[in-house]
Design a protein around this ligand. Structure first.
Ligand code: GLU
Length: 495
């Protein structure tokens, strides 16, 4: 759409944790900036001090960095257009508020909160939307000046034209026209002198030379205020693109703002930090997020960061909402995990093991990783799959697990004894173990699966474990024999 380098900002309000909905907006900002060789800017919109959450900025920066959405200008990075935090820019807004007041495009409103509440109540009774009745709009400049000079508190409101309409050329939705008469004279500066979002966003986007504003669909209804402000200030508006909302997995209603936990304990994450903690790979989340609302064609899904940057365009952002799909993301993550090299995956797994209290050494993990790589969906699952490799003694398990299909507890001692004899001699390599164990099963007239189950349970403490030959090889002869002996002992004690 544009070949010119775009200046695109992500402008979150620090009110909560970094949600994947916000991450999707930030990602599209980043993609447009990178695609056009432009700049990705991070600005913090913290004018609503009541909703300020002190943890949220650190969470946001960490989440952006996790996803690799490195910004060229903004908080912590600096840049020529700073400061990039709105509460550090208050003097700038004051200057433009004065300019608008002098030109008569805005007015002081001295109405008290009590009066405004009453107006709303009456409007509600009359079946109207909440809004302001423009009581102070026609105060004479002299009276307005005098009351302000006398110290009476006031807000500053925009003077929306009373007739006519205004049209937005949205890059995703096409033209949207709104009649001025239904637009409220919104507050631009609060009585404490701090601007509202509507005012600060326009001033900042202009001064920071933003070319494209990508933001959530919930802001569509605000465009008339913003476009009138651009007009009053004599500024050229940027391109606006309102992104579709993300629906919940059922496709009914917006994706939850909070994380939910199913009755079986499964967590449905919505914050970037939770995806990170669960062990979603940033490249998988990046790829998946790009497709929540955008597509390259009807079939290509797995793409590298570079391919996505190269192929991204606002034209292919869908105007209808997409539903979040945990299964698809899991599928992507599993695929990305399988495509990692063993050392890379090992290095990513080690911190997850450590966090789960498993002190795994890298050398051993390099041998275990290939045994679990095929079956991992998220990195945090690894701990429960490999813990038995790093235990001196296995915890107690139900001896009934030792009994293979179609056999009884009475058959188990002979199997364990045979396994012990064979494993005391076998060559401890994948092929050596395969050969020795298959032959032993045949000698006992058992299927391999029947013969292996007691061995697996005795050595791993569970019925479902990584592939047996590789597992025994990593455990080593000494541990394997000792665990078989312990299982034998348990059976005797149990008798
Ligand atoms: N501060 C607004 C928010 O957090 C940003 C809206 C915009 O991008 O203009 O939703």
């Amino acid at each position: 759409m544009t070949d010119k380098p775009a200046r695109v900002r992500y402008a979150p309000s620090p009110t909560g944790y970094f949600h994947v909905g916000g991450a999707r907006t930030a990602l599209y900002d980043y993609l447009l900036a990178r695609k056009t060789g432009g700049s990705f800017i991070l600005r913090i919109e913290d004018t609503d001090q009541k909703r300020f959450n002190p943890d949220s900025v650190a969470d946001l920066l960490d989440g952006l960095r996790f996803l690799g959405l490195d910004w060229d200008e903004g908080v912590e990075v600096g840049g020529e257009y700073g400061p990039y935090v709105q509460t550090e820019r208050l003097e700038i807004y004051q200057k433009y508020a004065k300019q608008l007041l002098d030109a008569g495009h805005v007015y002081r409103c001295f109405c008290t909160p009590e009066r405004l509440a009453k107006v709303n109540e009456e409007r509600q009774k009359a079946g109207l939307n909440p809004g302001y009745d423009r009581h102070c709009r026609n105060l004479s400049p002299e009276e307005s000046e005098a009351r302000a000079a006398a110290g009476e508190p006031f807000t500053i409101r925009i003077k929306i034209p009373l007739t006519g309409s205004i049209t937005l050329h949205d890059a995703i939705r096409g033209d949207i026209t709104i009649e001025n008469e239904i637009v409220n004279d919104a507050v631009l500066v609060k009585s404490n002198g701090i601007p509202t979002y509507h005012f600060a966003v326009v001033v900042d986007d202009h001064l920071m030379e933003i070319t494209h504003v990508l933001r959530g669909e919930e802001w569509v209804s605000s465009f008339p205020i913003h476009l009138h402000l651009y007009d009053f200030l004599g500024w050229e508006p940027p391109v606006f693109a309102h992104l579709p909302v993300i629906l919940n997995p059922a496709g009914k209603g917006k994706m939850s703002k909070r994380e939910t936990r199913a009755p079986d304990g499964t967590v449905y994450p919505v914050f970037v930090h939770t995806f990170k903690e669960l062990g979603y790979l940033p490249e998988a989340l990046f790829n998946y997020l790009a497709l929540v609302g955008w597509s390259y064609d009807d079939k290509t899904e797995i793409m590298t960061r570079e391919e996505i940057i190269e192929r991204f365009s606002l034209e292919r952002v869908n105007s209808s909402p997409a539903a979040w799909d945990y299964d698809k993301l899991n599928h992507f993550n599993g695929m990305y995990i399988r495509n990692l090299s063993v050392p890379d995956l090992t290095d990513r797994l080690l911190p997850f093991l450590e966090k789960a209290g498993i002190h795994a050494d890298r050398e051993t993990m390099l041998k275990i990783t290939p045994l679990i790589q095929e079956r991992l969906t998220i990195l945090s699952e690894a701990a429960a799959k490999v813990d038995f490799f790093f235990m001196d003694e296995l915890p107690d398990f139900d001896p009934a697990l030792l009994v293979p299909k179609k056999l009884t507890m009475a058959d188990v001692p002979a199997i364990l004894q045979k396994a012990h004899t064979v494993l005391a001699e076998a060559e401890f390599t994948h092929d050596g173990l395969e050969k020795a164990l298959k032959a032993a099963a045949a000698e006992m007239g058992l299927k391999a699966g029947q013969f292996y189950q007691p061995i697996r349970v005795a050595t791993c403490g569970r019925k479902v474990a990584p592939p047996l030959y590789g597992t025994l090889e990593v455990l080593g002869r000494e541990t394997v024999l000792r665990r078989i002996e312990q299982a034998q002992l348990r059976l005797e004690i149990g008798d």
